[in-house]
Design a protein around this ligand. Structure first.
Ligand SMILES: Nc1ncnc2c1ncn2[C@@H]1O[C@H](COP(=O)(O)OP(=O)(O)O)[C@@H](O)[C@H]1O
Ligand SMILES: [Mg+2]
Length: 425
């Protein structure tokens, strides 16, 4: 059944944005890891000198085309462990029936193969070009579709399976639209939590993509001691000679997305010029997520357990100084703001949080689609959220839409370019 009924009786635990406390989440899920093929979960915090908790999850049975090592972060050990575990559930349930080695059950939504022209003549379907695909797409081409629920329109619709499953191989005779990714894939203690998190992730990627495309970092957040826990996390970086710039990205939904850009001024290692991002209705949580994700990015680089080492090869070849020059806009000073300048839109229930996001999204777009990937025999609910038109340039350089292109774009100065035209004498 594609209609998703939001349980309006659930509330967040006081002082959190989760319906269960961390220990409860851990108790309910840790025994289930085996059933999704997770063989190991371990702290990798100590690989770095910062001491911000980072965990990794190993799932050797991951389908071909997807990574088998996941990581998670948090301001506490338990939170980092949950974050890494939940990623295991997300990735496992994003694999389709047949391909999935661990879970044999199918999702509840129906699948169909049809052309957009034909399918949209009989009902609702997301038009593939709105998912930012190559321009030569033929609306009569056969595509695989999944029945989904549109949160903004409150109606059923079909969405290309290519944007739901990861990895994705198209069934015979059908068209592959793009390389699949994990944007908007989210787990939670309940499906409401998963939807909330999935929406935030898609918004975060849209904000970050637009910022990177336009080379516009937004406003610089300055934390002070009054910011409590976030300031303490920041100090773990700066006390260890890792410089951090915190940016509040511009976004037309007014939902806060924060980027933490880090520079290891002690090691001056190009691979450690990493960042973290986080969006949330509560600005403090957006900052915390950005900072802890930046710490995670460092550990993942140091760990070297990434299966995609392309970035590493690329940055090492280019070198520390040039990478910094290329991305100069993240390292320069910006217009300064403090936490109180960021709008807190948070609520005390997941249902109201989803309503707030839907309300903000309606100002800029007309569709936000959810597919329930949960399986009855797997304890953790997982969804995929897709917002047509929203950018993911930061994940896939081939997919750029109108939202990124219509914004102001700062040109690269010759110094910022990684390459040099001609030779200097
Ligand atoms: N305390 C928690 N309880 C339940 N699910 C959680 C909790 N913390 C994180 N998750 C889930 O874990 C996954 C990873 O979340 P997070 O650590 O925020 O990383 P990311 O921003 O990369 O998605 C998400 O699906 C998220 O909803
Ligand atoms: Mg995620």
């Amino acid at each position: 059944m594609p209609e998703i009924n939001i349980d309006r009786s659930l509330s967040f635990i006081e002082g959190t944005q989760r319906v269960l406390d961390e220990n409860n989440t851990l108790e309910r899920t840790k025994d289930k890891l085996k059933s999704i093929g997770v063989t190991r979960i371990a702290s990798i915090t100590d690989l770095d000198r910062l001491g911000i908790p980072v965990f990794s999850t190993i799932r050797p049975s991951a389908a071909e085309g997807a990574i088998s090592v996941y990581s998670g972060k948090g301001s506490t050990e338990t939170q980092a462990r949950i974050s890494a575990m939940m990623e295991g559930f997300e990735r496992c349930l994003a694999e389709r029936q047949g391909l999935n080695e661990n879970v044999k059950e199918n999702i509840s939504s129906i699948h169909t193969i049809d052309s957009y022209d034909n399918l949209s003549g009989n009902g609702n379907a997301i038009n593939p070009p709105s998912l930012l695909i190559a321009e030569n797409y033929d609306p009569q081409a056969l595509i695989e579709w999944i029945h989904a629920w549109d949160l903004l329109k409150n109606e059923e619709t079909f969405v290309p399976a290519n944007s739901v499953y990861h990895p994705y191989d198209e069934p015979g005779r059908t068209l592959k639209l793009f390389r699949s990714n994990t944007n908007g894939l989210a787990a939670g203690n309940t499906i409401e939590e998963a939807i909330f998190h999935g929406l935030l992730e898609v918004i975060e990627r849209d904000a970050l993509s637009t910022a990177e495309f336009g080379r516009n970092p937004g406003k610089e957040i300055i934390l002070t001691e009054e910011d409590g826990e976030n300031y303490e996390i920041l100090r773990k970086f700066t006390d260890n000679e890792v410089a951090v710039k915190l940016w509040a990205l511009n976004h037309d939904t007014e939902i806060t997305t924060v980027v933490a850009v880090t520079d290891d001024v002690r090691l001056k290692d190009a691979a450690l010029l990493v960042m973290g991002a986080g969006a949330h209705l509560k600005p403090e949580i957006a900052v915390r997520r950005a900072l802890t994700e930046a710490a995670q990015s460092r550990v993942v680089q140091i760990h070297g357990a990434r299966e995609d080492t392309e970035r590493e090869k690329f940055v090492r070849e280019i070198g520390y100084d040039r990478i910094k020059r290329m991305n100069k806009y993240w390292y320069e000073d910006g217009e300064q703001i403090s936490m109180k300048d960021l709008k807190d839109l948070s609520k005390t229930t997941p249902a109201e949080s989803i309503d707030v996001i839907a309300g903000q999204l309606k100002k800029v777009t007309d569709s936000a689609v959810v597919v329930d990937l949960s399986r009855e025999n797997v304890a953790v609910p997982v969804v995929r959220v897709i917002i047509p038109g929203f950018e993911m340039y930061t994940l896939d350089r081939e997919r750029v839409g109108k939202r990124a292109k219509s914004g102001p774009r700062k040109k690269m100065t010759p110094q910022e370019r990684p390459w040099r035209k001609g030779r200097r004498r």
